[in-house]
Design a protein around this ligand. Structure first.
Ligand code: GLU
Ligand code: MG
Length: 434
């Protein structure tokens, strides 16, 4: 059988899907500049297939321009296909970025952050389930659960390393057949690229081994959630960390304090971007170790933003960092990180004071205690989160009117698609998509 390798030029979209077009690998060089043609309405294709009402209809043209640092090539078994893909930016025919290019949304935020003398470093921590592995109740952190995934972890680690994803840890998580993987941190744009790449590498390796890797936010209504936790910190333009000040609350520098408070105050609207499925809101409830209030918590795994521990005393200056926990893999990493950057930036520009820090469970507090700490419950549904996003003039300005409007239309249409289904059926649908 003759074979010819292809490279798929892809974009991570509002539905959190990776879509694109493949070209023969030997033509890739000459397509570096103009990539492949693309249709604006594609961004309205929901994770479930049907297309949300599109302002462009069948009209207009764009192209996907490859980002060379994001090439992934997987040749897992000699007899299997080579999977090769590259991420891209969506460009207008005049060579400027399209206003609905999600990577550009993040890039614009990072450029604005640089204008304030700051950069962000980040890493996405992923939980996922491996379908096809025997589920046993003893599995959390269990060595036998690690063994049961067979070759997956080793092949996955090798494939990550080969493609520049810098593997960090791998573990059997709390849910039966649930696993977690972490990567080394990277500059924010690369971190978001890598999150997209990692999901596809995991899916590909699992597929080759007769398994299915799913990043769906929730397998079933009663299952343990698959969170995406975003670790981040700030540096100055020379790369020196600027998060710590010994005298600050919980050791937060004024810059970190304002940035975190910006995120905290924008949380209800941010959820629309970071927890983008209807079933995301079954996960964002108290006592699921996800996030359920607008709180910044000191070393608390139920805080929406967690101030992470510093393991070696004396390394606070370089090691202090933060974790956003109200995200899942239904959202494009560009929207997740872009949302965090723009919200943090808003906090900086407003010169906000440090967030009220929680050290106790907001769910157990009285209404007065919660009010004193300005704790609001996170939105209870995607519809509620979308209303918050709609009303947020700052995030609207950051996204641009067109992307903001298109996002709301897309996600409200998705909400309508899911409305007739009960939670279990919705989980089953999302399982097919992620
Ligand atoms: N599975 C939890 C979530 O949905 C996170 C558990 C943990 O790693 O702390 O976010
Ligand atoms: Mg975890």
């Amino acid at each position: 059988m003759r074979r010819e390798e292809l490279v798929m030029i892809c974009t991570s979209d509002i539905a959190g899907q990776l879509r694109g077009k493949a070209v023969p690998a030997r033509d890739f060089e000459k397509r570096r500049g103009t990539g492949v043609g693309w249709t604006p309405t594609n961004i309205m294709i929901t994770a479930h297939g049907p297309i949300a009402p599109s302002p462009w209809g069948s009209r207009e043209d764009l192209y996907l321009r490859p980002v060379p640092t994001t090439a992934v090539r997987l040749s897992i078994a000699p007899e299997g296909p080579v999977e090769s893909f590259v991420l891209s930016k969506i460009m207008r025919l005049d060579g400027t970025p399209w206003e609905c290019c999600l990577r550009s949304f993040l890039e614009r935020g990072l450029t604005a952050l640089e204008a304030e003398g700051l950069r962000m470093i980040a890493s996405f921590e992923h939980e996922f389930a491996l379908q096809g592995i025997e589920e046993r109740p003893n599995s959390p952190y269990n060595f036998d659960a690690f063994r049961r995934q067979g070759l997956f972890a080793e092949v996955f680690t090798a494939a990550m390393r080969e493609n520049g994803l810098e593997p960090d840890t791998f573990m059997p998580e709390y849910g039966p057949s649930q696993y977690e993987v972490t990567m080394r941190h990277a500059p924010a744009l690369a971190a978001a690229d890598r999150a997209i790449m990692l999901r596809e590498v995991a899916r590909s390796v699992a597929h080759r081994l007769g398994l299915q890797a799913t990043f769906t936010p929730l397998l079933r209504p009663d299952a343990v959630g698959n969170g995406v936790h975003v670790h981040f910190s700030l540096t100055d333009l020379a790369g020196r960390p600027v998060n710590h000040a010994a005298e600050g609350p919980a050791g937060l520098s004024p810059v970190a304090a304002a940035f975190l408070e910006g995120i905290r105050r924008k949380l209800p609207a941010l959820c629309a971007l970071t927890a983008a499925a209807t079933i995301s809101y079954l996960r964002l409830v108290p006592h699921r170790w996800s996030a359920s209030y607008t709180n910044v918590g000191l070393r608390d795994r139920e805080a929406a933003v967690r101030i992470c521990p510093v393991f070696r005393p004396g390394t606070e200056e370089t090691a202090l960092h933060f974790e956003y926990r109200a995200a899942d893999a239904a959202a494009s990493p560009y929207l997740v990180l872009g949302g965090l950057v723009w919200a943090g930036l808003w906090g900086l520009r407003q010169k906000l004071e440090a967030p009220p820090l929680t050290t106790a469970d907001p769910e157990q507090m009285s209404e007065q205690e919660r009010t004193a700490l300005d704790l609001r419950r996170l939105p209870g549904s995607l519809a509620d989160a979308l209303s918050e996003l709609e009303a947020d003039a700052d995030l609207k300005a950051a996204m641009g009117e067109i992307l903001h409007g298109v996002y709301l239309t897309h996600k409200r249409f998705e909400e309508e698609l899911m409305a007739p289904l009960d939670p279990a059926e919705q989980c089953a649908r999302y399982l097919l998509a992620y």
